[in-house]
Ligand binder design. Structure first.
Ligand code: ADP
Ligand code: MG
Length: 391
């Protein structure tokens, strides 16, 4: 199969329900889905109070939930042995193991926000590749958060979605221990179909930016290098610390308030290059939005290229597999390509004339074989809608 398929929602709802019934001997009460995402541009800018421009994927995580009377929480994905089991009033930082931490983290954060939660059985299943820089972690958190709201019978309005964004961010940063900045949870819960979401972390606001990809004859190709990246490993936190050091040295609350002229005066070479990436990347997000408004796709391609160079040379979060993907995609006909997500592996995104997609995929595969790299995986990013309650 050339592409990682998103799957059909109706089949995935059914499969998730069947897995739940097999694991827990009863049908779920609620099923919710939440999408993964790919970021068009604006990397590591979220925690610098900057701008990002992600798109929700059709690939999503499905969470099935049923309440329990006894205050017990069980968490499984159906294929990992015995469910994690604990008590609802003890889930929280340090109390949950393995990947179930993300789920326990959401339950903890919702309780911290004042929701009164019963015990429950939780099962998750889905099609977002794990650890590929496509935000399976936020898809997991947001699907569970929304399913829990369904269990509580809450109306899913805009205000609730924003509350869930904050709870899922707390789950990821305070319980799972990944110091990410909030882009992933925001796009998963606030996305709109056929659009990217421009999120401003200084204003705490977002708006849809329409993407006329089909009309322009273009496709967003995502290539997962399958080089493992783990946000909890330290590289991400080190970049975040460098950004804070730069803001401190400049005497500004965050790099959003820094000018390039001021950044160029920083004396520490590494900190200056990190800050240069952030300040120029925020500007590139603005320019991408402007280019999209007038269908200047060639301009978007140039911004992708500049973003990749900035991440490779100044922020130093690329790797040989990502650099090869980007270079090969452009040689084979992509209008632009860049690494996307937190870096240190993960995925690249290429903007490709639709009739060239298969040729670009083939060229990347061949280049990986020639370089002796493990075969990558590809998927097509169809700009999709936000997390939703299904049943
Ligand atoms: P990304 O968000 O880019 O996929 P992360 O390292 O942030 O990468 O999150 C990946 C981790 O999230 C996985 O290693 C696993 O712990 C957890 N996870 C996400 N989705 C699932 C799932 N459907 N089932 C089990 N664990 C999951
Ligand atoms: Mg993640």
């Amino acid at each position: 199969m050339p592409y990682v398929e998103p799957g059909h929602p109706s089949e995935l709802i059914e499969a998730t329900g069947a897995l739940f019934t097999r694991a827990y001997d009863a049908a779920p009460r609620v099923v919710a889905r939440a999408p993964g995402r790919v970021n068009l541009i604006g990397e590591h800018t979220d925690y610098n109070r900057g701008l990002v421009l992600p798109v929700a994927l059709a690939h999503a995580t499905y969470a099935a939930v049923a309440g329990r009377e006894d205050g017990v929480v069980r968490i499984t994905s159906g294929d990992d042995g015995e469910p994690w089991t604990g008590a609802i009033d003890t889930v929280g930082p340090g109390a949950v193991d393995g990947w179930a931490t993300y789920v326990g983290g959401v339950l903890w954060a919702l309780r911290e926000d004042g929701f009164d939660l019963p015990g429950m059985d939780v099962l998750v299943h889905g099609t977002v590749p794990l650890g590929a820089g496509l935000s399976s972690s936020a898809a997991l958190e947001c699907s569970v958060a929304l399913a829990v709201c369904g269990l509580l019978g809450l109306t899913v309005d805009d205000e609730l979605r924003h509350r869930l964004v904050r709870a899922c961010i707390r789950a990821e940063t305070e319980v799972a221990g990944a110091p990410t900045g909030g882009m992933d949870q925001s796009i998963s819960l606030l996305a709109q179909v056929d659009a990217a979401l421009l999120i401003d972390f200084d204003q705490d606001s977002s708006r849809a930016v329409p993407l006329g990809l089909a009309a322009a004859g273009l496709t967003l190709l995502v290539t997962d290098t399958r080089v493992s990246h783990a946000l909890v490993d330290g590289g991400y936190a080190a970049r975040r610390a460098d950004c804070e050091a730069a803001a401190d040295a400049l005497g500004v609350p965050s790099l959003r308030q820094a000018t390039l002229a001021a950044v160029e005066e920083l004396t520490d070479d590494r900190v200056r290059r990190r800050a240069t990436h952030i300040v120029t990347e925020i500007e590139r997000v603005r320019e991408t939005v402007d280019a999209l408004a007038v269908d200047d796709w060639a301009g978007v391609g140039r911004l992708f290229a500049a973003s990749h160079v900035s991440m490779r040379d100044d922020f130093e979060i690329s790797c040989p597999e990502l650099d090869l993907t980007v270079a090969t995609a452009v040689e084979a006909g992509a209008i632009g390509a860049r690494m996307t997500g937190g870096g240190f592996g993960g995925s690249a995104i290429s903007l490709v004339p639709t009739e060239r997609v298969d040729a670009v995929v083939h060229a990347i595969d061949v280049a990986f074989v020639a370089a002796g790299f493990r075969a990558p995986q590809h998927l097509l990013a169809e700009p999709s809608g936000a997390a939703e309650l299904l049943a």
